[in-house]
Design a protein around this ligand. Structure first.
Ligand code: SF4
Length: 378
């Protein structure tokens, strides 16, 4: 399956730089999806389905009945929202504005990249072919991180795949453009090149890197691309890269200059991101397997007692003679600690019984001072 290819276009920004990464990642378990986390991927798929149906219908590639069935299915999806449909509409309006009278439009095109990358396939949302040029358009439905077309290896690979697919049918193609449309961020970006330059990039850069990546050789190279790598939390190269950033060589005078402060700020983002990845990995592993690093133990965060039904609790307390204005500090009920000052020791807790509950704390790793102290004396 294309989505499980070792060298996918969407991960090419990583394997084109760090060629051993895909084979290393393949040895690690797939990260577990948090079932309560929002399904951004599903939302993206839904936005693509709506934009595909709308575009096909408006270009007379499907009938009104087919369009209505497709849209009904989309609207029945729990991830559907008017705002998401508006994003699909904006993408469609933009795509249509780019279609010339002589152009041919191909929607959702499967692209074969195996000429350059072993077992690699991709899918272009839209390909517009003019007499001498190709345009590849990609819809990004996200509204978090902006993605741009400039130097985007995923889109360049799609462009290469589109050229390979259509080159015999349209032999006069000389130029190619790839565009990312991110309607929810109001962002459209494009980059263009000649077919000669793109094919040269494919043969002399991509194909060589892909061969190394396929067998898992070459140099580990850390950088911003590590953020989506399955090995990001435990990769030695990334750890060394980040810890070497921390060893900034500051010299005299004793106070840092503005340039040095700027250097610290530059490095801080990468360090924070790496440290966060390590903490998340170690905590998840401790919860799932019980394995914790030496000197640490798994604990639960402290939580505060809560009254689960404040109206009922208020009635109970008033029935015990506590005035309403002592119980409430409008619009909220007073905290349990404050209520306890209104009666004898343990009285409030005893009167309210099960109406007081303490939510379960979140797991966290803390220093195991007993073991640390013991180790220190060994
Ligand atoms: S974390 Fe970074 S350096 Fe390590 S394997 Fe992944 S991409 Fe390469």
């Amino acid at each position: 399956m294309a989505s499980h290819a070792l060298l996918s276009p969407s991960s090419s920004h990583r394997w084109l730089v760090c060629t051993p990464a895909p084979r290393l990642e393949a040895t690690l378990p797939e990260p577990k999806r948090n079932p309560s986390a929002f399904d951004f991927s599903g939302e993206g798929t839904l936005c693509h389905s709506m934009s595909e149906a709308k575009l096909r219908f408006q270009l007379d590639q499907i009938s009104a009945d087919e369009f209505n069935i497709e849209m009904d299915l989309c609207k029945a999806n729990s991830l559907y929202s008017d705002e998401l449909e508006a994003a699909a509409d904006n993408y469609v309006v933009y795509v249509r504005s780019q279609i010339g009278s002589e152009d041919q439009v191909f929607i959702e095109q499967k692209l074969d990249l195996t000429e350059y990358v072993i077992e690699a396939f991709g899918s272009a949302d839209c390909v517009i072919i003019s007499p001498t040029s190709i345009r590849v358009l990609d819809l990004k439905a996200g509204r978090g991180v902006p993605v741009f077309a400039e130097s985007n290896s995923q889109l360049k690979l799609y462009a290469l795949g589109a050229y390979e697919k259509f080159k015999d049918q349209f032999p006069n193609i000389k130029n190619i453009t790839w565009t990312i449309v991110q309607p929810r961020l109001n962002s459209i970006s494009s980059e263009s090149t000649t077919i000669d330059k793109l094919v040269d990039w494919g043969k002399n850069f991509v194909a060589k890197k892909a061969k190394l990546a396929w067998v898992g050789t070459g140099q580990f190279v850390a950088g911003e691309h590590c953020g989506w790598c399955r090995a990001k939390s435990i990769c030695r190269e990334r750890a060394e890269y980040n810890t070497s950033l921390a060893k900034l060589e500051f010299r005299d005078p004793p106070l840092l200059s503005d340039d040095e402060l700027a250097e610290v700020l530059d490095k801080a983002q990468g360090l924070r991101s790496w440290a966060g990845d390590v903490e998340e990995f170690v905590l998840n592993r401790a919860v799932e397997t019980g394995e914790v690093p030496t000197g640490y133990k798994l604990a639960k965060s402290v939580t505060h007692r809560k009254v689960i039904d404040v109206m009922l609790a208020s009635e109970v307390l008033m029935s015990k003679g506590i005035p309403k204005n002592e119980i409430w500090e409008a619009p909220k009920m007073r905290s349990i600690a404050n209520l306890e000052k209104l009666a004898g020791k343990g009285q409030i807790v005893s009167w309210l019984g099960d109406l007081i509950q303490r939510p379960e704390g979140q797991p966290k790793l803390v220093r195991d001072s007993a073991n640390t102290a013991k180790d220190d004396f060994q």
